[in-house]
Design a protein around this ligand. Structure first.
Ligand code: NAD
Length: 471
């Protein structure tokens, strides 16, 4: 389906926030191709200087930017402010990551000359963004791509184009040539067009597994294009053998319901030791009942905003009903407190009795609970998914954590910490359906430039070896 007009709505009010025509992919690619050699030829110091000016520009406009992100996603203002802070902090992290991961290395030898490893940018990269952190996540691809010397075309989520536009404007205000980073709004069809375009050298994607697989299929015949897929998870959080129930319950709530559960790292499945079940679930339920669900600028501040749109809210409440119909036991019902607007209260359901649980990412505040009696069973349950983004163990001994760490398949494994809140100074990537082994965050530098190995001498110098007749 071709979408020619993109319209975003504020989830908390239903009002239209932004409207614009879908971007022209042909034109954007042509401009980017023309611009990138000049950008790539600039000294690294100039590119670094420019992204630092971008950080200053974001700092200058931070409150407006956060307000826009809060309006467009529905997330509470405090959370949107933290997102913008993350955008700023990403600048120095990207500079450091390039230095560490893409540094030039040289080995000099008098006889053999120089053996050098240097990195080159790919050329034109398309960044396809998701709706949930529409400033931070695309920026996490854009910054390393620019520092490495690529030109970038951002196609933001059709659900959050205004935030993407603001982000790109900050780069331009900072002095980045307009063709080096372009904003191309559009829906899935615009994304597809960019993915397959011969003038696009790589695709840096953050979004759902369905879209990631569709992109991978499209590019199966084109192995030369760099493709980084950051996708979702069906993340487990295991609570095991701890007397500190109150803190364990807080970690459960923060893991499952921060960002209204619309985080790739959110815990979807709480796996609980039988012996802890009653105490833990009483406390989790008590805390969940205290969660304030509200609009971004409400006072007192909400913990959770609405989900992104009414269709998503419907799908989540349907999933809750599905679990109930299959024998699930509601611990906390999911409700729609504000009629048709997509506010939903956190839902918690014990699904232990359901033998065939769908292994899908339910992207919202819906937590499934599974009781287990042994630690082996807990690890088995944690791995009972084709995804592999993140996993947390809360409680247990150092030996338990060692077993958990060794046996659980995920790119992010935490102990006594939330599944959320990963550090930008570390890699973030998943296994299985969560990614294609191109971790992002600190390691994004790896897919923004490719290594070139060279052996070099200033003059030709060579000697014949064996296998030649005398002259
Ligand atoms: P989505 O897959 O619906 O959309 C992501 C982007 O892809 C959008 O820009 C969309 O327009 C575009 N797109 C859609 N179909 C396309 C196609 N066929 N070809 C090319 N582009 C296409 O994802 P979403 O709903 O916006 O975001 C939520 C998802 O993102 C969740 O699954 C979440 O787990 C995931 N996510 C992952 C990470 C991570 O770092 N691993 C971080 C945040 C979000």
């Amino acid at each position: 389906m071709t979408v020619s007009t993109i319209i975003s709505h504020e989830p908390a009010t239903g009002e239209e926030l932004w409207r614009g025509a879908a971007g022209d992919v042909e034109e954007a690619v042509a401009r980017a191709r023309h611009a990138w050699p000049g950008w790539a030829a600039q000294p690294l110091a100039n590119r670094i200087e420019l992204v630092r000016r971008f950080a200053n520009e974001v700092r200058r406009t931070a409150e407006d930017f956060a307000t826009l992100v809060a309006r467009e996603t529905g997330k509470p203002l405090w959370e949107a402010r933290a997102e913008i802070e993350g955008v700023i902090n990403k600048v120095e992290i990207s500079v450091r990551a390039y230095a560490e991961r893409s540094a030039q290395r040289k080995l000099n030898s008098a006889l053999k000359g120089t053996a050098a490893i240097r990195h080159k940018p790919h050329g034109v990269l398309a960044v396809l963004g998701p709706f949930n952190s529409p400033a931070f996540l695309p920026n996490s691809h854009i910054l390393p791509a620019l520092v490495a010397g690529n030109a970038v075309i951002l196609k933001p989520s059709e659900k959050a184009p205004a935030s993407g536009e603001f982000l790109v404007r900050c780069f331009h205000e900072a002095g980045l040539p307009e063709d080096v980073l372009q904003f191309v709004p559009g829906g899935p069809d615009t994304g597809q067009e960019l993915v397959v375009h011969a003038g696009v050298d790589g695709v840096l994607f953050t979004g759902s597994v369905q879209t990631g697989i569709a992109i991978n299929r499209r590019l199966a015949v084109n192995p030369g294009k760099i493709v980084a897929l950051e996708m979702g998870g069906n993340n487990p959080l295991v609570v095991w053998n701890t007397p500190i129930v109150a803190d364990a319950a807080v970690l459960v709530i923060q893991s499952a319901f921060s960002g209204a559960g619309q985080r790739c790292t959110a815990a979807r499945r709480l796996i609980v030791q039988d012996a802890m079940y009653d105490a833990l679930m009483d406390e989790v339920k008590r805390l969940a009942d205290r969660i304030i669900v509200g609009a971004p600028f409400d006072e007192p501040s909400p913990f959770m905003g609405p989900v992104i749109d009414p269709a998503t809210a419907d799908a989540l409440t349907d999933s809750f009903l599905y679990f109930l119909s299959q024998g699930g036991k509601a611990i906390k019902h999911m409700t729609r407190p504000k009629g048709d607007l997509p506010f939903i209260s956190p839902g918690i359901i014990d699904v232990t009795a359901i033998k065939e649980r769908p292994d899908v990412e339910l992207f919202g505040p819906l937590l499934q609970v599974i009781r287990v009696s042994s630690f082996d069973e807990a690890i088995g349950e944690a791995n009972n998914t084709r995804f592999g983004l993140c996993a947390s163990l809360v409680g247990g001994s150092p030996e338990d954590y060692n077993r958990f760490w060794s046996n659980v398949r995920a790119g992010l494994i935490n102990w006594n910490r939330s599944t959320n809140g990963s550090s930008s100074a570390a890699p973030l990537g998943g296994l299985g359906l969560s990614g294609n082994h191109r971790p992002s965050a600190f390691y994004a530098a790896d897919y923004c430039a490719y290594p070139v190995a060279s052996t070099e001498l200033e003059q030709p110098r060579a000697m014949l070896g064996v296998g030649f007749r005398d002259a």
